[in-house]
Ligand binder design. Structure first.
Ligand code: B16
Ligand code: MG
Length: 208
């Protein structure tokens, strides 16, 4: 039985991927290459630094450490402009209702996200108080598929991973959840999330 639920943020609670995409695209444009939405798929669930690495690889651009740091900051600045305008209606269908339902059932809830902007986003969406613990990119050092984020989240809930269910939209995130020893519900397509214990199209499927 599920005693804890650990939610990924981007793609599970809110669709911020489109804002990540717009901000990365601006950077790619400045560097003189095209960055497509298909390319953006490769960045889902991946940390900021890792994302930049992939982006530069796609553009065939080489850059030193200091320069890369500046690029990541530049991208994040534009991304923050977008998420500053986030509104509660952008919470994905069923997400808030499902969180409330779990709370009523006594299930503990954590966020397990790679994003360093996670707390700010939860605030903007008005759902921060629904989480018992928020483990995000500011609290972990190893990017998914490393299990660190989910191990830390289950510990923060005072539970063992086997009693926790992870909700993830990214293949690397599903991998991380399984590696942590959690059950994993994939949100998206079964072809991509084949490693999950179960795949659904959205949290609205679980509200009832
Ligand atoms: P930031 P998640 C991830 O969030 C995104 O999927 C990924 O595209 C992004 O690069 C990463 O957060 C880092 O975000 O630049 O805000 O620190 O899916 O793990 O909730
Ligand atoms: Mg995600």
């Amino acid at each position: 039985t599920m005693r804890g639920a650990i939610f990924d943020l981007d793609g599970v609670i809110v669709d911020t991927a489109k804002y990540h995409y717009l901000a990365w695209r601006t950077l790619a444009e400045r560097l003189g290459f095209e960055f497509t939405e298909a390319d953006n798929e490769r960045l889902k669930g991946v940390s900021r630094v890792e994302s930049l690495k992939i982006l530069l690889e796609i553009g065939g651009v080489e850059a030193g450490e200091a320069e890369r740091l500046k690029m990541a900051e530049e991208k994040n600045k534009e991304y923050i402009e977008y998420i500053s305008r986030l509104e509660p209606f952008e919470i994905l269908p069923g997400a808030k209702e499902y969180l409330q339902q779990l709370r009523q059932q006594g299930v503990k809830i954590a966020l397990g996200s790679a994003s360093k902007n996670a707390a700010f986003i939860l605030d903007r969406l008005g759902i921060a108080e629904l989480f018992d613990a928020v483990i995000d990119g500011t609290k972990v050092s190893k990017a998914k598929p490393d299990p660190e984020v989910f191990l830390t989240a289950s510990r923060a809930l005072d539970l063992v991973p086997a009693d926790c269910v992870v909700f993830e939209d990214a293949a690397v995130g599903v991998e991380a959840g399984k590696a942590a020893g959690c059950s994993v519900v994939g949100i998206g397509s079964p072809e991509v999330l084949f490693a999950a214990d179960k795949v659904i199209t959205g949290l609205d499927e679980l509200v009832g």
